[in-house]
Design a protein around this ligand. Structure first.
Ligand code: ATP
Ligand code: MG
Length: 262
């Protein structure tokens, strides 16, 4: 039987510099499921991603996040990665002096026990295979991590990391932003290649188009620092066609952002 991952977020409240941004997020993701979060700018979507990954500036004031029943909030960033969590960032950082392939090999080995490191041959074989699938030129293996990469190249590189690290749960924050149509398809193919009972994903996006290529099982609307509405793929289609006003009206929401006051 497949060992299905499970991410459970219960009533999560998160603050930055005393200002509450997340105000009670509830969400459960199981292996085999793709969840999409859509929502207006400044409603806390990336904050959710960063808080789950353990960004030090984000302070959890209330609630729980469990990965396979283990308390994520108690773990350091590297422990979260080892537990099987992965985050593709909206704005990936550039790291000069570290090549893409060195970074990836270290990241893979950091998840493995000492003495059980991936062999160089196997690593190169895997990386070549994945880069081919993502239609990445091999020179990206030896370039410094994200340095001078175009917006689209960075996104492709995030998916390369995803495929190489093989996490149990992945959070992909605006993986489609800035991609041309061909790149969008390639990136979607990479995510779809990960699909299976031992993988679950949370995809944050502004555009329904991505969801034509990566079919979500659940779609959630994010406003005011929490999920305010959930449904299936049809919900994304309605948002694309009609925007967010009908959701705000339905729920009596005037200001969808996290607000200026704590
Ligand atoms: N480090 C920070 N310092 C101060 N304010 C922050 C910080 N991070 C986030 N915020 C604020 O929290 C709110 C939510 O930001 P967040 O990035 O989570 O929004 P988002 O839903 O991802 O928006 P977008 O769709 O534009 O990416 C914003 O008002 C933002 O300015
Ligand atoms: Mg964001």
């Amino acid at each position: 039987m497949a060992n299905k991952p499970n991410l459970k977020i219960k009533d999560l409240h998160v603050a930055i510099d005393e200002k509450e941004i997340l105000k009670g997020v509830n969400l459960e993701i199981n292996g085999g499921e793709i969840h999409a979060i859509m929502g207006p700018n400044g409603t806390g979507k990336s904050t959710l991603a960063s808080a789950l990954m353990g960004h030090p500036r984000y302070e959890v004031s209330k609630g729980e996040a469990l990965l396979d029943q283990a308390d994520l909030l108690d773990m350091d960033v590297d422990e979260r990665a080892r537990a099987g969590l992965f985050l593709a960032m909206q704005y990936p950082s550039e790291v000069s002096g570290v090549t893409n392939s060195d970074f990836l090999r270290s990241a893979i080995n950091a998840k493995r026990d000492e003495g059980n490191e991936i062999s160089l041959m196997k690593f190169i074989r895997e990386m070549d295979k994945k880069m081919e699938l993502l239609e990445m030129d091999e020179k990206f293996a030896t370039r410094y991590l994200n340095e001078g990469f175009s917006g689209g190249e960075k996104k492709r590189n995030e998916i390369l990391q995803l495929m190489m690290l093989n996490p149990r749960i992945a959070i992909l924050d605006e993986i489609d932003s800035g991609l041309d149509i061909d790149a969008l398809k390639v990136v979607a193919a990479g995510v779809n290649a990960m699909r299976g009972d031992e993988f679950g994903a949370l995809i944050i996006t502004h555009y329904q188009r991505l969801l034509n290529y990566i079919k979500p099982d659940f779609v959630h609307v994010f406003m005011q620092g929490r999920i305010v509405k959930s449904g299936g793929p049809e919900l994304a289609e309605r948002l694309e066609a009609e925007g967010y006003d009908w959701v705000k009206e339905e729920l009596g929401i005037e200001d969808e952002t996290v607000g200026q006051q704590g």
